[in-house]
Design a protein around this ligand. Sequence first.
Ligand SMILES: Nc1ncnc2c1ncn2[C@@H]1O[C@H](COP(=O)(O)OP(=O)(O)OP(=O)(O)O)[C@@H](O)[C@H]1O
Length: 326
Amino acid sequence: MSFLAVTDVCSIPYDASFAVKNISFTQQAMEHVAIIGETGSGKSTLLKMIGGLLQPQSGSIIFQNNIVRGPDWQLIPGEKGMAYLSQHYELRNNYKMEELLAYANEMSDDEAATLFKICRIDHLLKRNSYQLSGGEKQRIALARLLVSKPTLLLLDEPYSNLDLIHTNILKQVVTDVCKQYNITTIITSHDPADILPWADKVVVLQKGSLVQIDHPTHLYNNPNNEYAAALLGAYNYYENEAAALIAATLGLHLQKKDLLIRPEKIAIQKATDTAANAFVKTVQFYGHYYIVTVSINGLTMQCFTTQGNFILGENVKVAAINNGAL
Ligand SMILES: Nc1ncnc2c1ncn2[C@@H]1O[C@H](COP(=O)(O)OP(=O)(O)OP(=O)(O)O)[C@@H](O)[C@H]1O
């Protein structure tokens, strides 16, 4: 029996144009699940249905052997044992943080003190919400959910409003609390950096429908469509004659009518006129790597390289690394 089983779940359409349709997946205890998709693809809608905060039209959600009942069936929406951190969480004004945290607290004083330390908010308890930064508010909001001792944490784009420093702090906090308290987590995001190193299972949504469920490595290397490829990072995509031409240039055997190759799978080097098969169109600096865009018979292709000495217009040779295998 799964920890969570989502079966054929459909949302009640908000209007004629959008509904989440027939989503099924399972989650084991402590398995990290990420729900990804472009903005408006239905991530929050699905997460709220899982949390019992939004009534599904059909399908079933079973959490730890119990049916999750939507708000139509409960006086106070929300499933016991689950905690949902909204993208648009709000902390009440005119309360000290310690008062706010005391409200739903099911922990002993010692347990709560440990939690606040792990959440890195122990120095903020005497403050009011207007005295906190966005990252601090986010950690308080998380701690406020955790004092009710959930076993499943639903995090709706938790890092979307934070800078890199505070994102990294919150990621560490999430990792630490989940490990310390055996909390299973689902995160929604559209940022590959939130998903690829963290998730065990990725659920890809497009316009409310399921595109793919996969392990991040397999998904990154074998996306079911161009949309799924684009969500997880840069890519080059060609069809028909263009695919054949690029495959021949890179030394690849084309097995289908289209070709998807990630930029890091292409080696690029300076070349004499006779050895060259491309020329440099643009060079962009990204800190620890460069993106060099080359032209091959009028087709463009992105290559990642750590070499910053390519010159616009110069001839280069490009080739697939390891036969393009990802
Ligand atoms: N309460 C609502 N009433 C009407 N339409 C809604 C409502 N909530 C969401 N929608 C619409 O449903 C679609 C899916 O929204 P949802 O918030 O689930 O997407 P999302 O993938 O979480 O997006 P984002 O990444 O921008 O948060 C969008 O087109 C949105 O405009």
